[in-house]
Design a protein. Structure first.
Length: 159
């Protein structure tokens, strides 16, 4: 089974979303054999990745950073989408953190990087804004030798 993980930004420029969706579909659909997709289901890139992976026939593994992770969703529709995707998951992994901290996010991101054959990064190429951000997880994966595929629409800036 091929295992593909994701790391990516929560806030995506609206004009970049169609490009990101198309690139994710291209990366995930049409894979030979079975596939497992690993995601924390955060708003933005993680949820888009999980939705497309499921549509492409992948089994979804949800990696939950902390016990109070659901409190980090800013909008009700993001939390609702999280619940819907989580219900469709084949497996759930919980990090041993009670509260959502940068360390909890880093632990979840490194777990995904350590447990996939390839990491897809929906990433603008800039440094992380806090420990466990996309730039940190990309750096970690590259140092560990995990292949990383970066998806971003050139010329767009993250808010």
């Amino acid at each position: 089974m091929k295992r593909i993980g994701v790391t990516g930004h929560r806030s995506l420029p609206e004009e970049a979303v169609p490009h990101i969706r198309a690139a994710l579909r291209s990366a995930l659909c049409g894979q030979e054999g079975s596939m497992e997709a690993l995601s924390s289901l955060a708003a933005g890139a993680d949820q888009i990745f999980a939705d497309i992976a499921l549509a492409c026939g992948a089994e979804l593994t949800v990696v939950i950073p902390s016990g109070d992770y659901e409190a980090d969703f800013d909008h009700p529709e993001e939390l609702e989408r999280y619940h819907c995707l989580k219900e469709r998951a084949s497996r759930e992994v919980r990090m041993a953190y009670d509260h959502s901290t940068d360390e909890a996010y880093y632990a979840a991101g490194t777990y995904i990087a350590d447990n996939c054959d390839r990491l897809i990064a929906v990433w603008d190429g800039r440094p992380a804004r806090g420990l466990g951000g996309t730039g940190d997880i990309v750096g970690y994966a590259r140092r560990a030798g995990t292949p990383v595929t970066v998806i971003w629409r050139p010329g767009t800036e993250r808010a």
